[in-house]
Design a protein around this ligand. Structure first.
Ligand SMILES: Nc1ncnc2c1ncn2[C@@H]1O[C@H](COP(=O)(O)OP(=O)(O)OP(=O)(O)O)[C@@H](O)[C@H]1O
Ligand SMILES: [Mg+2]
Length: 480
């Protein structure tokens, strides 16, 4: 663009641009103008400064410096740069470097008239768009605005992908410090062969942890064999685990290998280990000590190279004290113990998981549900999740199918916020509502016996009468 052809920036645009707020870059959006002609650069800056934070660079090196340090989303790039502004090599080099620095950067190439060939080549090399001089600022503004819009969408998409994909840890999501600690424990033990005992409430992800350990070990291309000790009847479990020879017992028509042998070279995960009978505990202990098993009815010892992982949702130490679990086995298995925190103790993870599961199930069921209402968010955070992540999965799965609005509400999740009924009024109303609740409950529990109810509430009988009158609790409300 020559200096005479001033951009027509004063003309208002006849149409509106996408006024999408840039949520990823809340400050003014950054535009880099790479232009060696300082007067053109200044004019562009002046024309665009209202909408963008305009950064200037006059050659490839300074442009790259800005790309690295300021991370502009969009660049306008004059292909003719010093030291040879009449040629386009420097421009192409700059384009390549910018894209390898930031694959999402939107580069709009500016070429002279009659240089469409260069422009098309630039597009072929990854430029977002091109523009021929002389620059019409209004047109450029439209192109820029679209470029920023696309850039924002791509960034959001990438962000989402990051969260959706097992970016977490082997399919386990969790940003809370407690889960980060678990991930680091898994990393440490994965590469060894020592047994690991995974403890945690139901639904906290014990099986996922076992699988993560396997995946991160050198055994990952060998079998990961899961056996749920509580799901197989005691009478079949021994043969299931250790196998049997032909004729070992009635019905044993053929020889059969057990799960230990199937896990050869890999990992054997014994879920619900606390349910294992004492007899089988002895056999397991022997395997842990000698790495050898015997099939039922067999005479030879079979060497098995399998790493053992075990899980339990009950307190194994207590089982030891009650004589239901061998102490020596407990210490063998629990050389390393990984304790999974319940969901309610993982700060922020509930909401993270809820959001990602919602997106997943909404996609699967082709339902346009975009998120949670603020009340639902509060309910998710306040609820104590006794069934942990499995419960969260189930509630969201159900809600996605049943919900009528675009955002899930506490009733959709069957989670009515514990304080919902006390909200909306002042402290006095809340106090009275709570008093009323407690008195009604005490009366119901004590089958209408005023003396007992008063005693339980820690007040005198006359005070209870007084309160009932004040709060409008009728005697007819009391069950007899
Ligand atoms: N951190 C996590 N991120 C994503 N999904 C998870 C996470 N933890 C658990 N899940 C999911 O929750 C469900 C329950 O996990 P898993 O079966 O591993 O738990 P568990 O502790 O073995 O439960 P149970 O005691 O009921 O056997 C699975 O569907 C699993 O994919
Ligand atoms: Mg399990």
């Amino acid at each position: 663009m020559s200096q005479q052809e001033k951009p027509d920036f004063l003309q208002p645009l006849p149409y509106s641009l996408h006024p999408t707020p840039n949520t990823l870059h809340p400050s003014k959006r950054k535009l880099l103008v790479v232009e060696d002609d300082s007067s053109i650069a200044t004019q562009m800056k002046w024309a665009l400064a209202q909408d963008y934070d305009v950064l200037l660079a006059e050659d490839r090196n300074s442009a790259m410096e800005v790309v690295k340090t300021q991370q502009p989303s969009v660049v306008t790039l004059d292909l003719g740069l010093p030291p040879r502004p009449g040629e386009v090599e420097e421009g192409f080099l700059a384009l390549g470097e910018m894209l390898s620095q930031d694959s999402l950067i939107k580069v709009i190439v500016i070429t002279g008239q009659g240089e469409k060939g260069h422009a098309l080549k630039a597009i072929g090399e990854g430029a977002y768009d091109f523009f021929c001089k002389p620059i019409q600022i209004d047109e450029l503004k439209v192109v820029l605005s679209r470029a920023f819009y696309v850039s924002q969408l791509e960034h959001e998409h990438r962000e989402l992908q990051k969260r959706m994909s097992p970016d977490a840890f082997e399919g386990m999501l969790g940003t809370s410090p407690k889960m980060q600690e678990v991930f680091s424990e898994i990393r440490k033990v994965a590469t060894t062969d020592i047994p690991v005992l995974v403890l945690g409430e139901s639904g906290t992800g014990k099986e996922l942890v076992a699988h993560a350990i396997h995946q991160r070990s050198s055994r990952k291309d060998r079998p990961f064999v899961v056996i749920n000790c509580s799901a197989i009847p005691e009478s079949l479990l021994e043969s299931e685990l250790f196998g049997h020879e032909k004729g070992a017992f009635t019905g044993a028509h053929i020889q059969r290998k057990g799960r230990f042998e199937t896990a050869q070279g890999g990992t054997l995960f014994l879920d619900e280990i606390g349910e294992l009978s004492l007899a089988l505990q002895v056999k397991l202990l022997r395997f842990l000590q000698e790495q050898k098993i015997e099939r039922i009815g067999g005479r030879e010892e079979i060497f098995v190279d399998a790493r053992v992982l075990a899980a339990s949702n009950r307190d194994l130490k207590q089982s030891v004290q009650e004589g239901r679990f061998r102490e020596d086995l407990y210490y063998r298995l629990g050389v390393v113990t990984i304790s999974l925190p319940p969901l309610r103790e993982r700060e922020g993870d509930g909401l993270l998981l809820a959001t990602i599961l919602l997106q997943r199930y909404a996609d699967e069921n082709k339902r346009k549900i975009t998120g949670f209402t603020p009340q639902a968010i509060r309910a998710i955070e306040a609820y104590h999740w006794p069934g942990n992540i499995r419960e969260l999965e189930n509630r969201i799965k159900r809600a996605v199918i049943m919900a009528e609005g675009a955002k899930l509400t506490p009733p959709d999740l069957e989670l009515v916020a514990p304080y919902a009924k006390y909200e909306g009024g002042g402290l006095r109303e809340a106090r009275e509502a709570l008093e009323k609740d407690l008195i009604e409950r005490a009366l119901a529990k004590n089958k209408g016996n005023m003396t007992k109810a008063a005693e339980e509430l820690g007040i005198s009988r006359p005070t209870l009468y007084e309160l009932m009158e004040k709060l409008g609790i009728g005697k007819n409300k009391m069950p007899r």
